[in-house]
Each structure stands twice: as C-alpha cells, then as structure tokens.
Design a protein around this ligand. Structure first.
Ligand code: HEC
Length: 123
C-alpha cells in the first residue's frame, strides 16, 4: 500500500515538474519569436514602436500583466500571426509577415521566463 501511495506521489510530482516550464527555454523562445517586435532584457534590441517591452510589462503596476502573457496569442495583434501547433489556430488574415509557430509547452516555458524576469526586475 505504501508503495502505491509513494508511486502516486512521485507521479504527481513528476507531472508538476514537467508542467512547470523552463525559464531558459522560455528566454530562447522570446528571443527567437518575440524579439522581432518586443524589447527583451539583455538583448539590446529596439523593438517596434508600439509593442511594450517585456521589462515594462512585468514591472507594470497593473496586476493583469501575467494573465496577458498567458493569453497573449489571443490578444491583438498576435492572432493574425501566432500559430499554436496543437490548437491548429489559423491566422485571421492572410499573412504579410512570418508567422510565430510555437507549441503549447512553449507557453509554459514563456511563463516560467516572464515569472523569472518579474522576480529579477521587481525587487
Ligand atoms: C509582429 C510583432 C509582434 C510579435 C512577433 C510579438 N508581439 Fe506581442 N505585441 C505586439 C504589439 C504591437 C503589442 C501591443 C498591442 C496593443 O497595445 O494593442 C503587443 C502586446 C503584447 C502583450 C500585451 C498585450 C496587451 O493587450 O496588453 C503581450 C503579453 C505580448 N505582446 C506578448 C508577446 C509574446 C510572448 C510574444 C512572442 C511569443 C510576442 N508578443 C510577439 C507585437 C508583437
């Protein structure tokens, strides 16, 4: 019985670890896909005019910045160029720009990255 409980606990712990996301991978994804428009800390890039920098977003006094990152692909302008592979979302408009194609797991990695950024920058 104890062995059964132990294996369930280990299983749950294992899946929690898998779901947690990897901040390093999240940073790579942000550099590869978000840097085109957003200023990413440590990247010395310019971003495009109206996209908020990641620093400004995670430091925002508004408490909803985290939620916005969780659903960024559904917030304009992203639906017209972000494709989540597993959701098979098709862009709303004919693409004039290179799409951002990411996986569902990448969303967890991105969240781990912005949480880490927030911890570093909100001190
Ligand atoms: C082609 C340009 C472009 C790319 C690539 C891009 N974004 Fe954005 N993003 C924007 C613009 C422009 C805005 C500002 C929209 C506004 O203020 O209405 C924005 C806003 C946001 C916001 C705030 C949304 C809101 O409504 O306040 C988040 C969060 C965000 N982007 C996350 C990301 C992430 C994560 C990636 C990479 C996976 C990414 N973006 C890639 C252009 C881009």
């Amino acid at each position: 019985m104890l062995r059964v409980i132990l294996s369930i606990v280990l299983l749950l712990a294992g899946s929690a670890v898998c779901r947690a996301g990897d901040a390093g991978k999240g940073e790579d994804i942000a550099i590869e896909h978000c840097r085109r428009c957003h200023v990413i800390p440590g990247q010395n890039n310019m971003g495009i005019g109206i996209s908020p920098s990641f620093k400004a977003m995670v430091q925002s006094p508004a408490q909803d910045w985290r939620h916005k990152f969780e659903i960024f692909y559904a917030l304009r302008p992203h639906p017209s160029f972000v494709i989540i592979r597993e959701f098979r979302t098709t862009p709303e408009f004919p693409l004039g720009i290179t799409p951002v194609i990411i996986a569902v797991d990448d969303l967890d990695h991105l969240m781990a990255y912005v949480d880490q950024l927030a911890q570093e920058l909100r001190k």
